[in-house]
Design a protein around this ligand. Structure first.
Ligand code: PGA
Length: 251
């Protein structure tokens, strides 16, 4: 494992009411010691405030799952970075494949969202990854190059360290089909080299995690790879025992 501090984020997607989020935290927080990996839980917008309050005495931080790039305005149904900061949110998932697929999230929008998040003091967790058809067509590197270069185009060198990149091959998300440690390592090293092209040191420092059917049984093997700094966990993060086991596998 490198000098980079491991990073584990729970992506709850459209799961857990406030009450269910509180029940999860009641079981999960006592199992997380400070000084370990960075741990972030990302509930629905409605559960953010209560989750921030419950995590206040712990080292666990809270993230949202999306945001709009403008600070305010006529954008019905949207939530901005300053609104997230106001309730104590520290991070935000951007460009998740479900948002790209079902809600037309574009790389052009992400090129504005990532700097907007950073400007507001939020840590962006930028998701990139290829579909099965793209992998079969040998397009994985081209897709990753396009996503990383476009989405981070407006991020200055000084801010790159505050970004976390999640490599999430679309074919592995929610399918039970995990990328092999070698596949995940290859893609993540490729992404790290893209960042190294901007600046060697930034490429060494930026944290790049894996997402896609990560679970207690495979987390240790994935995170043992030289360039995999942690995970963005969906299904397995809904269970406090499973997510705590994944966090434990990172130390
Ligand atoms: P999964 O989801 O762990 O359920 O595959 C990961 C994600 O979508 O971030």
């Amino acid at each position: 494992m490198s000098e980079r501090r491991p990073y584990l984020a729970a992506n709850w997607k459209m799961n857990k009411t406030i009450e269910e989020a509180e029940a999860f935290l009641g079981a999960f927080l006592p199992r997380i010691e400070s000084g370990g990996p960075d741990v972030v839980v990302c509930p629905s917008f409605l559960a953010l405030k209560s989750t921030v309050e419950h995590c206040a005495q712990s080292s666990v931080r809270v993230g949202a799952q999306n945001m709009h790039e403008e600070a305010a305005g006529a954008f019905t149904g949207e939530v901005s970075a300053p609104m997230l900061r106001e309730v104590g949110v520290d991070a935000v998932i951007l460009g998740h494949s479900e948002r790209r697929q079902y809600f037309n999230e574009s790389d052009e929008a992400l090129a504005r969202k990532v700097p907007a998040a950073l400007a507001a003091g939020l840590e962006p967790i930028l998701c990139v990854g290829e579909t099965e058809a793209q992998r079969d067509a040998d397009d994985t590197h081209a897709v990753l190059t396009h996503q990383v270069s476009t989405d981070l185009a407006e991020v200055g060198l000084a801010e790159l360290d505050s970004v976390v990149i999640a490599y999430e091959p679309v074919w592995a998300i929610g399918t039970g089909r995990t990328a092999t440690p070698e596949q995940a390592q290859d893609a993540i090293l490729f992404i790290r080299n893209l960042v190294r092209e901007r600046e060697q040191g930034a490429g060494e420092r930026i944290r790049i995690v894996y997402g896609g059917s990560m679970k207690p049984e495979n987390a240790g093997e994935l995170m043992a790879q030289a360039d995999i700094d942690g995970g963005l966990v969906g299904g397995a993060s809904l269970d406090p025992d499973d997510f705590a086991a994944i966090v434990a596998a990172a130390q």
